[in-house]
Design a protein around this ligand. Structure first.
Ligand SMILES: NC(=O)c1ccc[n+]([C@@H]2O[C@H](COP(=O)([O-])OP(=O)(O)OC[C@H]3O[C@@H](n4cnc5c(N)ncnc54)[C@H](OP(=O)(O)O)[C@@H]3O)[C@@H](O)[C@H]2O)c1
Length: 276
């Protein structure tokens, strides 16, 4: 057994992402922007992709100060635009070390009013597009992958895919179903892609501040905090930290997992004071 050579466990070495190329879908805001920043601040090169030019431009103007970053306008649910994104990634020398499937959509409505089109849009964005993009990027991921340092795919799931959503006054049927399916897709892809030295993991966040959570934070923040054993929402460092672990040397043997980052909300039944 090798008990560890000098410097082998240095934090800098164990958690380094320097020089790796990462694609972050939905990198123009919220969690995606946080993760893009985290990668750049630690020496990775980053491509972000999202639908709106203006959001990409704004994000890029912020991100460029931290390192080598580019942005591409691409709707991951649109086959043509997804192919253009894949082509752009394939042009980069050395292949793609990190794919973060983060772009996501939600739709809230009561069961009776829940439209088929809304359901389909959420499944298309949160599940179908992740499958198609990951499949189409296998050649680029394979180029960067080695046995010691596999290429990494991280799917951003949700604690809502682990349990029935806690904010039940805004029903999100498609969202929780899409995230549960994404967690399972993560496991099946992990087994399939292991032979190519590509690992696949999912992160299942609890509540973090973003455009997607604007409404529930404005209306139900106290419920959210009450249902979390830590009585608070997540902070940027707490999503960036788990991502850095998963894409660095430290996370190279972690494969096919779904890691909740939710302050314990998904394993708690809540500790609300039920009195009026
Ligand atoms: N915030 C939370 O508390 C929380 C909790 C659990 C899970 N999540 C997950 O975290 C991920 C990021 O969400 P967020 O909270 O950061 O929300 P957000 O701020 O609304 O970010 C969503 C990002 O995805 C992009 N996007 C949406 N649809 C897209 C599409 N079809 N193609 C390409 N890009 C698309 C958006 O940019 P454009 O509008 O320019 O396309 C934006 O950059 C999602 O998968 C979400 O389900 C978030």
């Amino acid at each position: 057994m090798n008990p560890g050579s000098a410097g082998q466990f240095d934090i800098e070495r164990l958690f380094s992402v320097a020089g790796k190329l990462a694609l972050v879908t939905g990198g123009s805001s919220g969690l995606g922007l946080m993760m893009a920043k985290g990668l750049l601040q630690n020496g990775a090169r980053v491509i972000i992709a999202s639908r709106k030019q203006e959001k990409c431009d704004m994000a890029l103007s912020e991100l460029e100060q931290y390192g080598e970053c580019s942005a591409m306008v691409a709707d991951v649910t649109n086959t043509e635009q997804r192919h253009a994104l894949v082509a752009q990634v394939q042009e980069q020398a050395g292949g793609l070390s990190i794919l973060i499937n983060n772009a996501g959509a939600n739709w809230g409505a009561t069961l009776e009013d829940y439209p088929d089109a809304g359901f389909a849009k959420v499944i298309d964005t949160n599940l179908n597009a992740v499958f198609s993009l990951t499949r189409d990027l296998i050649p680029a991921l394979t180029t960067a992958a080695t046995e010691q340092d596999p290429a990494r795919v991280i799917n951003i799931g949700s604690m809502d895919g682990l349990q029935v959503p806690i904010v039940q006054r805004v029903p999100t049927f498609a969202y929780s179903a899409s995230k549960a399916a994404l967690h399972h897709l993560t496991r099946t892809l992990a087994v399939d892609l292991a032979a190519k030295h590509i690992t696949v993991n999912a992160v299942a966040p609890g509540f973090f501040e973003s455009r997607m959570t604007d409404y529930v934070f404005a209306h139900f923040l106290k419920d959210i905090e009450d249902d979390c054993p830590l009585h608070r929402v997540g902070q940027p460092e707490e999503i960036v930290g788990i991502m850095i672990y998963l894409v660095s040397r430290a996370g190279a043997y972690t494969n096919g997992t779904v890691i909740p980052v939710d302050g314990g909300t998904s394993i708690s039944k809540g500790k609300r004071d039920w009195t009026e």
